[in-house]
Design a protein around this ligand. Structure first.
Ligand code: UD1
Length: 348
């Protein structure tokens, strides 16, 4: 039976697809849930899926890790026959990973309508694989579900306004679905600490850069809990990076626990896109170890600051006091039902 093919593959996509999957179920539309297999470790995949209420996928393409060309190519090769076999009315993609571009390209070439959730984000840094993925996915897709006014304006500048719809951000829906007060948090979260995550190739793949980041984390005025992506862990080991006593390397946390830990922290240090925004919504100062952000809304009132090129300033930046007021540019938490309502208009 035709329906909506929801394609996920990497950790942030499970979070974004959770609310949409629930809204699809409530609408009565059939969902075909496809996991490309881009992320496969339990802590990067199954644990997060369970945490955000995603059911077991109908299909797991088992693609795994590889160079960009190999990984994306294997996905294309696997998604194309699946679209032909299942005949979805629309293929939905999320964010900016290799799973996103592969699904959008496979569907567009087969003339199957596509929707892109989290359309219109731009870092304007073409060296990021995600920037290439998001620009290409927006131009390939038929329905562009934009989370913010700024995303709408980016799409307008690229001549895509006719396909763009402002829906709000599905990550707000996901965050609202968690009861932060009744979470069980790790014991260490009772004392002052900073939370940190680092996973971008630009930060992990150069030995001097990663050593510089870890050293800077060691100079903060409280211990740092570093929730390490598998690539970061592997690179730190491979490069023999010296880890100061005050930097504690932990495994990646499930979604809800991570939100609770960020909320309990003195501040977040990250290069993740989604976490910058979650910290902003939770009212936690975020210091981003990059030179640019695709979420410039978070920079307002210094809730988020960019510290990519000046690691020596990190200790000074993390203790800043952001302005007390901050806007709510990400919507009120009903983006998923808005997206599904739009899909219903476009499915006969
Ligand atoms: C991908 C996304 C990135 C997103 C991130 C979230 C792309 C281009 N990038 O980056 O936008 O922010 O997911 O985490 O799609 N690995 C494991 N186990 C896993 C998954 C990965 O060990 O379950 C290791 C492998 O060594 C792999 C490396 O991490 O080669 C990178 O994984 P990959 O899926 O290529 O990209 P991410 O860095 O996770």
């Amino acid at each position: 039976m035709p329906g909506v093919m929801n394609v996920v593959g990497a950790r942030p996509q499970f979070v974004k697809a959770g609310p949409v999957s629930r809204a699809l179920a409530a609408s009565g539309l059939v969902e075909i849930l496809v996991h490309t297999g881009q992320h496969y470790d339990r802590l990067m995949s199954d644990a997060i899926m369970a945490d955000v209420g995603l059911r077991d996928p109908d299909y797991n393409l088992g693609v795994g890790s590889g160079s960009h060309g190999v990984q994306t190519g294997l996905m294309l090769q696997a998604i194309e026959p699946l679209i032909l076999d299942t005949g979805p009315d629309v293929v939905l993609t999320y964010g900016d990973t290799n799973s996103t571009i592969a699904a959008a390209l496979a569907a567009a070439k087969l003339h199957v309508p596509t929707g892109h959730v989290e359309a219109g984000l731009r870092s304007f840094n073409r060296a990021m694989p995600e920037e290439l993925n998001r620009v290409a996915t927006d131009h390939l897709s038929d329905l562009l579900f934009a989370p913010t006014d700024l995303a709408m304006s980016n799409l307008r500048k690229e001549g895509l306004e006719e396909r763009a719809i402002l829906t709000g951000d599905v990550m707000v829906d996901a965050l609202h679905s968690i009861d932060l007060e009744s979470l069980e948090l790790p014991d260490w979260s009772g004392a002052p600490f900073y939370a940190a995550t680092i996973h971008r190739p630009s930060n992990t793949d150069d030995p001097e850069r990663i050593a510089g980041i870890i050293e800077a984390l060691g100079n903060l005025n409280a211990p740092v809990h570093l929730m390490a992506h598998p690539r970061l862990k592997r690179q730190m080991e491979g490069f023999n990076v010296e880890i100061p006593d005050s930097v504690i390397v932990d495994a990646p946390l499930p979604y809800a626990t991570m939100l609770g830990v960020v909320k309990a922290s003195q501040g977040l240090i990250t290069d993740s896109g989604g976490l910058q925004k979650e910290a902003f919504i939770l009212g936690v100062p975020c210091t981003t170890v990059r030179d640019e952000t695709e979420w410039p809304e978070t920079l307002e009132g210094r809730w988020n600051v960019l510290a990519g090129s000046d690691l020596a300033k990190l200790a000074e930046l993390v203790v800043r006091k952001p302005e007390s007021d901050r806007a709510n540019p990400f919507g009120s938490g009903n983006a998923a039902s808005e997206i599904v309502a739009q899909l219903m208009k476009h499915i006969d």
